[in-house]
Design a protein around this ligand. Structure first.
Ligand code: S3P
Length: 445
């Protein structure tokens, strides 16, 4: 891993085949949760394969600020001495969550039922993202949030003195909102029940069960009902973080785009709540195979082998959106090279990510000579197929790591180079991206 991830403008230039093994870093969602639950357990949790991206490091610092002992033992190997449910201390300064929506929303949940006051801040991207979706349900527990106008950071959160358990239905499909409520429910007496109409990633539920919480999930026709008994004693665990399928999506996509490529990505999470991108690739005609399917740290994983493929455009149904929500930017880059249009439905939530990802991809693709159409909730990319993407464009990445990596991958297959304005945000989720891609044969200059 590069100690100094590159920032500033970067060109991606078309190249020969990509070949080799891409060891992508640990899963970002699992890494945040391992630190937070480790901090809430009594005793020492050991984590291996932790993603050492800026987002997760910020969560580790936050757990320290609330009283946990968080120590790096080696690359990806961390120890967390937790304070127990209800044991968080009041931090002496503001908690800076950097670029991370997951970090700030989950941590606000985890501290909302402790009698302490904490102020949360973040970068320009995070400070424009909606937080009421979390502070509203946290108010039901008795927490009080003082937000900037518009329900954005900075937020000062006064945790509930006498928390009440909550029954809550998430109004948008969001694992962050679901998780914030469950983490708040940990320190409320009685039973907290969360209903989600559309299933979202379930790492919090899996990990809470692993740490010994009493939690059950009922999968019904109207969605999932998650029931959590409050005030458990969480038992420290050894957490083996699987590799991130959302990060794997970039070398996988680059291999699909560049003629003659063959890349293996070992140990990628195959959790069904994260698998929508890979299902979509198969429908597009991607040559992709899974081997050595196994279980790591309570998550199913497999080795993924992918070869260059001529892709066709597809319609991606809205029911699939939650299971591939972070992969739409790179899917849009693939769609630009596919034969025929790709229509992505039910993607409104993309407008509330690190950037408005529909707008960011649409403007960037247009600059590269690709036609697109958008509504509030649908994004269509008219694939150039054999005609190829012209490139010769400068793209704004808007403090969004996934926009940056998507256009760098597209640039490897475009007729003329694509330049992104800032590679810096890549370090939030995938600090080794540039080195890893160069190792496969990519040219970024
Ligand atoms: C995440 C949930 C998703 C996803 C984010 C990680 C999580 O956000 O986009 O990158 O770890 O819970 P939403 O809950 O806002 O959909």
């Amino acid at each position: 891993m590069s100690a100094h991830p590159q920032s500033g403008a970067l060109h991606a230039v078309a190249i020969g085949p990509l070949r080799g093994v891409a060891e992508v870093p640990g899963d970002k969602s699992v890494s945040h949760r391992a630190l937070i639950l480790g901090a809430l357990a009594v005793g020492e949790t050991r984590i291996t394969g932790l993603l050492e991206g800026e987002d997760v490091i910020d969560t580790g610092k936050a757990m320290r600020a609330f009283g946990a002992e968080v120590t790096r033992l080696g690359p990806g190997e961390w120890s967390v001495h937790g304070v127990g449910v209800g044991g968080f201390l009041e931090p002496s300064k503001a908690i800076d969550c950097g670029n991370s929506g997951t970090g700030v929303r989950l941590i606000m949940g985890a501290v909302a039922t402790s009698p302490l006051t904490a102020t949360f801040i973040g970068d320009a991207s995070l400070s424009s993202r909606p937080m009421r979706r979390v502070t509203d349900p946290l108010a039901l527990f008795g927490a009080v949030a003082h937000c900037r106008k518009g329900g954005v950071l900075p937020i000062t959160l006064e945790g509930a003195e006498n928390p009440q358990p909550v029954r809550y239905t998430t109004p948008v499909p969001s694992a962050q909102v679901k998780s914030a409520v469950l983490l708040a429910g940990l320190n409320a007496p009685g039973t907290t029940i969360v209903t989600e109409k559309e299933p979202t990633r379930d790492h919090t539920e899996r990990m809470l069960a692993g740490f010994g919480a009493e939690i059950s999930v009922e999968h019904g026709p109207d969605g999932n009902v998650i029931t959590l008994k409050g005030q458990p004693e969480l038992k420290p665990q050894t957490v083996e973080v699987p590799r991130d399928p959302s990060s794997a999506a970039f070398p996988v996509a680059a291999a699909l785009l560049v003629e003659g490529s063959e890349v293996v990505v070992p140990g990628v999470s195959r959790n069904p709540t994260r698998a929508g991108f890979y299902t979509t690739l198969e429908e597009m005609g991607a040559d992709i195979t899974y081997s050595n399917v196994r279980d790591e740290g309570g998550e199913p994983v497999a080795d993924v082998t992918v070869r260059y493929s001529r892709l066709r455009g597809v319609e991606v149904p809205s029911e699939r959106a939650a299971s591939m929500i972070d992969e739409y930017p790179i899917l849009s880059a693939l769609a630009a090279c596919a034969e025929g249009p790709t229509i992505m439905r039910g993607v409104r939530e993309l407008r509330f990510k690190e950037s408005d990802r529909i707008d960011a991809m649409a403007r960037g693709l247009e600059a590269c000579g690709v036609n697109v159409e958008e509504t509030e909730d649908t994004f269509t990319v008219y694939g150039r197929g054999a005609g190829g993407v012209s490139g010769d464009a400068r793209v704004e990445t808007r403090l969004d790591h996934r926009i940056a990596m998507s256009f760098l991958c597209l640039g490897l297959a475009a007729r003329a180079p694509i330049v992104i304005d800032d590679a810096g945000p890549i370090a939030t989720s995938f600090p080794s991206f540039l080195n890893l891609m160069r190792g496969l044969g990519a040219t970024f200059a």
